[in-house]
Design a protein around this ligand. Structure first.
Ligand SMILES: NC(=O)c1ccc[n+]([C@@H]2O[C@H](COP(=O)([O-])OP(=O)(O)OC[C@H]3O[C@@H](n4cnc5c(N)ncnc54)[C@H](OP(=O)(O)O)[C@@H]3O)[C@@H](O)[C@H]2O)c1
Length: 253
């Protein structure tokens, strides 16, 4: 069965990706919905049509979670058209104030789990398949006060670009999606409330529904990177041409 696998499908952008694929990709016959909160995934499965959904309530950072994912691949043998590596989180504060476990978990989820899931899913991907890795504008330059998060997203964008070249021969595209702030659960989890960061208070917001829809369009066109909003496209350009020692000064969150 032609399948779309979405990590972090229980909320925010991941949920919007599932709904956008349902609306725009009629060839998809089956959805794998992955996140820890089963109730949210089951509610989404109802919306998408329960019979077409495989709900996998796992922690993709844990060994057991990854084992369950690998066992499911072996049992079901999906024909994967879309792999949406979307699960991720960040923390805003000076590095010294963030508990080391929170930093370690960001690296394990945003980089480690994304890498392992991609590697394990790859043998099941069909020609013409699309991998969409959710990165961030934080990947364009190091962000003081989000030092670990921005480093994990730099990994995601770099990994996506390298893998894209490798997989061209297999007819599989890899797109890195680099949104700016979106009003999702990401912000409270990152401890970003009004007043905690001047930068976050002033930056324009993107709508997750629109980001998902346009990301699918960029992916279908076999693009490498999608940055929503002109403002952030300009930032990406500036971050590329100016010395990093300068950009890092105004990239402080
Ligand atoms: N919102 C923003 O401002 C923003 C900006 C740029 C990039 N991004 C990126 O966009 C992506 C989606 O974030 P979002 O904004 O939609 O935030 P969100 O609503 O908090 O979504 C994060 C998703 O990841 C899942 N998740 C977290 N830890 C997990 C784990 N250990 N195992 C499995 N699933 C896990 C969460 O589900 P459970 O809690 O149910 O596990 C949730 O579905 C992330 O990669 C984020 O870095 C967000």
């Amino acid at each position: 069965m032609i399948t779309a696998i979405i990590t972090g499908a229980s909320s925010g952008l991941g949920r919007e990706f599932a709904l956008a694929i349902k609306k725009r990709c009629p060839d998809v016959e089956s959805f794998w919905l992955i996140a820890r909160r089963a109730d949210r995934l089951n509610a989404l499965a109802e919306e998408l049509g329960k019979d077409n959904c495989y709900v996998l309530p796992i922690d993709i950072v844990s060994e057991e979670g990854i084992k369950e994912f690998i066992d499911s691949l072996k049992d079901i043998v999906p024909e994967i058209k879309y792999l949406i590596n979307n699960a991720g989180f960040g923390k805003l504060d000076d590095f010294k104030n963030i508990p080391s476990k929170a930093s370690y978990d960001q690296i394990n989820l945003n980089c480690g789990a994304l890498t392992v899931i991609t590697r394990e899913a790859l043998p099941y991907m069909i020609k013409g398949g699309e991998i969409i890795n959710v990165s961030s504008i934080a990947s364009f330059a190091p962000n003081p006060r989000m030092a670990v998060y921005s480093s994990t997203k730099a990994f995601v964008t770099s990994f996506s670009r390298a893998l894209r070249e490798e997989l061209k021969a297999d007819g599989i595209n890899v797109l890195a999606v680099c949104p700016g702030p979106m009003d999702t659960e990401f912000l409270p989890i990152a401890n970003i409330a009004k007043g905690t960061s001047k930068m976050f208070d002033t930056l324009p917001r993107s709508k997750p529904k629109r980001v998902a829809k346009k990301a699918l369009k960029y992916s279908a066109r076999k693009k490498a990177v999608y940055t929503p909003k002109l403002f952030f496209k300009f930032y990406r350009f500036i971050a590329k041409i100016l010395p990093v020692s300068l950009v890092v000064k105004f990239a402080k969150t």
